[in-house]
Design a protein around this ligand. Structure first.
Ligand code: ADP
Ligand code: MG
Length: 360
């Protein structure tokens, strides 16, 4: 593995970083123009950059121990550099002059485990470019460019939540986010509470195909109800006339939006007890109505719910594997998280505590 010094030879001109995110509430709502409540992870991705001087881009990821090179006017090869090339090309399209660069990537975010390492990579890359080239770019615009980089260059049809959270959230606040207006407000975590995040260790195998299927079902539901998006359905009762399974999918989205609105009521979060109940309801809705849970996530969240001091737990991310999140009494997250992981793994599981980050 190369150190920044091996790669640059001297201190690079810029060094920026961006966090990953965990969504506390509001799952599968972003592509329905709805609401969500992510928070930033303490884990982050760093990007360092310098001018290359030889007409080519040189990108090294120490996470993958992989170097990628490409000419300034040629596309990056498939793989992680596409996310970064997307950021470069989209800024160029906005008129920013970008010289060929050397870029070094380092991260303590687990890739592909649901903390959105991809958004962290994009946001950190755009921050590096912004700093180096003194580009005018506010946090929301930066998130939108990051999202487009992922869609157009990495070929992932993602919503806006991950990039908005990486760009605007911090580890002490939840970001109340409206996917339609991009209105974003920081709210404190419920008083006296902190979070636990556990990776189930189950890869999200079906996630991509089921994600597309759910998106199509939501579009069908909105069409049948005569609204632009399910966010426009204010009353839960309105979905009951839809045929199954469109009805259940819509019921999840509409009820999930109501849960986020309650949790973020009036600009200050509800109590930890109520927030926990809303998380439990969200999990049941994702399991029964949206059908994106798997037995391992049901089991992990059930074990979490049984621990003293835990207010509530749910799967987080798109489902079909990946991580779960719980809200618990401040001070108890590390101990409870470790115990739950050990118990789950004693029965053959492969879970890992992600937050609080285990001491290394
Ligand atoms: P998630 O965003 O949930 O972690 P994704 O599949 O969306 O999972 O993104 C993971 C991909 O993003 C990786 O396969 C890789 O291409 C890219 N990536 C993210 N972080 C890094 C990194 N530090 N170094 C290299 N590639 C990275
Ligand atoms: Mg991602």
């Amino acid at each position: 593995m190369k150190s920044p010094n091996d790669f640059f030879g001297s201190a690079p001109e810029v060094h920026t970083w961006a966090p990953g995110r965990v969504n506390l509430l509001g799952e599968h709502t972003d592509y329905n123009d709805g609401y969500m409540l992510p928070i930033a992870t303490p884990q982050r991705t760093d990007v360092m950059a310098d001018r290359s001087g030889d007409g080519r881009f040189h990108i090294y990821s120490s996470t993958l121990d992989e170097t990628v090179e490409f000419d300034a006017d040629e596309p990056a090869p498939p793989g992680f550099a596409r996310y970064m090339e997307g950021c470069i090309r989209l800024l160029q399209q906005r008129g920013v002059q970008i010289p060929p660069l050397k870029m070094y990537v380092r991260s303590n975010l687990a890739l592909g485990s649901g903390l959105s390492s991809s958004a962290a990579l994009e946001v950190a890359t755009l921050r590096a470019l912004r700093t180096m080239l003194k580009a005018e770019l506010d946090g929301v615009t930066l998130a939108q460019i990051a999202q487009q980089a992922e869609i157009q260059y990495a070929g992932v049809n993602c919503g806006i939540m991950d990039q908005m959270a990486s760009s605007l959230a911090d580890t002490q606040h939840m970001l109340f986010l409206d996917a339609r207006t991009l209105d974003a407000r920081l709210l404190p975590l419920p008083a006296g509470a902190e979070i636990i995040v556990i990776d189930s260790g189950v890869p999200r195998k079906l996630a991509a195909s089921k994600y597309n299927e759910r998106r199509a079902e939501c579009e069908a539901a909105a069409g049948m109800l005569g609204v632009q998006a399910l966010r426009d359905v204010a009353r839960l009762a309105d979905v009951e006339k839809l045929p199954s399974p469109i009805r259940e999918r819509a019921r999840h989205v509409v009820s999930e939006n109501l849960r986020v609105l309650e949790a973020a009521d009036g600009g200050s979060a509800v109590s930890a007890e109520r927030f926990g109940e809303l998380m439990n309801e969200s999990h049941a809705s994702l399991r029964d109505d949206y059908q994106v849970s798997i037995p391992e996530l049901d089991e992990l969240t059930e074990v979490l719910r049984k621990q003293p001091g835990v207010f509530g737990a749910r799967l987080t991310g798109a489902g079909f594997g990946g991580a779960c999140v719980a809200l618990c009494k401040a001070g108890s997250a590390a101990g409870t998280g470790e115990m739950v992981v050990n118990r789950f793994n004693a029965a053959g599981g492969q879970a890992r505590l992600l937050i609080p980050a285990p001491q290394q």
